[in-house]
Design a protein around this ligand. Structure first.
Ligand code: NAP
Length: 315
């Protein structure tokens, strides 16, 4: 029989690591399953300028590394594994992970969200051959090329600005007239001499499938319906994220976009009944704020709820 854990944390981004710091410091010896993308979104970002306490900013991977060390100092353990299926209704819960079966009295779901793709067959065929969703991971390979970035939010602006380090020109393609990005990010992109912003432009196809290398994109102007080709050597997607909660389908309440429904950001419900022992935090339950600091805050709240739950159940 597998050892019963007081708490298991799914995900090792900002939310999961904060939950790990708090539950470890409370003596609960949390096990963190690091998931498919260890460190979460911050581990593939660059400078984080708005995390309180870092007046000059801090690199995302460094911030994550610091949080992990802090959790380990209090006794959190980490496993490079992901969750396949879970039996939430069992007591203790049964988690079927890539590292084997784990039994847990409580579960903190901090599995975050993963990059969204356009879903075009040509885009999917060229992932890794000029199509990417991570400028900080892959930007280096596009030195001296012209690049397009899809999206109108902060991610797209951040990717575009970062890619100007390598690309000769970056064209941001946004599907409507108005941008979703914050004023400061948009202004930086507008002011950059090597960035061009194109609105009302939808990518219909990525060109270059036969050559196994991105050659350009076919665009449709949503105002006049005209199509045109833009020659680029790379295409980056900055169109947001989808929550990683599929494994909970049918077990806990998800909203229409697949986010875990929570009350007070800290616990999950099913058919109006609280599911005992499952708590969610970070981007997997947050479609509105999605900031590093809000993820950390909700991770703290989930951890405190876990402590309270275990106490109430005589642990
Ligand atoms: P987002 O704000 O949801 O923006 C996604 C963008 O992609 C939107 O402009 C959206 O268009 C577009 N889009 C979505 N699906 C599309 C599709 N199928 N085809 C074409 N375009 C599509 O996501 P985000 O930019 O990843 O930002 C998420 C959160 O993280 C935000 O709160 C943001 O402030 C934060 N963030 C902050 C920073 C920073 O401050 N440095 C950096 C990155 C992210 P519509 O506008 O038409 O919906």
């Amino acid at each position: 029989m597998a050892e019963i854990r007081e708490t298991v944390i799914l995900g090792s981004g900002c939310a999961g690591l904060t939950a790990a710091i708090y539950t470890a410091r409370a003596g609960l010896k949390p096990l963190v399953l690091e998931g498919h993308e260890p460190g979460g979104q911050l581990s593939i970002t660059t400078l984080v300028e708005n995390f309180p306490g870092w007046p000059d900013g801090i690199q995302g991977p460094e911030l994550i590394d610091n949080m992990k060390k802090q959790a380990q100092r209090f006794g959190a353990t980490f496993e490079l594994a992901h969750l396949n299926t879970v039996e939430v209704g069992a007591h203790p819960m049964r988690l079927h992970s890539s590292a084997g079966e784990i039994h847990a009295r409580t579960l903190i779901v901090a599995s975050g969200a993963s990059a969204r793709w356009l879903g075009l067959p040509s885009e999917q065929a060229l992932i890794g051959h000029g199509v990417s969703s991570c400028a900080t991971c892959d930007g280096f390979f596009f030195r001296g090329k012209e690049i397009a970035v899809v999206g109108g939010g902060d991610s797209a602006m951040e990717e575009a600005l970062f890619l100007t380090r390598f690309a000769t020109k970056v064209t941001v393609l946004h599907r409507r007239e108005h941008f979703r990005a914050s004023k400061i990010m948009l202004e930086r992109a507008i002011a950059h001499p090597n960035i061009e912003l194109r609105t009302n432009a939808v990518v219909e196809e990525v060109l270059g499938v036969e050559d196994k290398e991105v050659k350009g994109v076919r665009l449709r102007d949503v105002v006049n319906g005209e199509t045109s080709n833009l020659a680029v050597g790379g295409l980056f997607l900055g169109i947001g994220h989808v929550p990683n909660a599929k494994m909970f389908e049918g077990q806990i309440d998800l909203d229409e976009e697949g986010y875990i429904k929570t009350a007070n950001n800290v616990f999950t419900t099913r058919d109006g009944q609280v599911v005992l022992g499952v708590f969610a935090c970070g981007d997997v339950q947050d479609r509105r704020y999605r900031q590093a600091v809000t993820a950390a805050g909700s991770g703290c709240m989930a951890a405190l709820e876990v402590e309270k739950f275990l106490e109430e159940h005589g642990r």
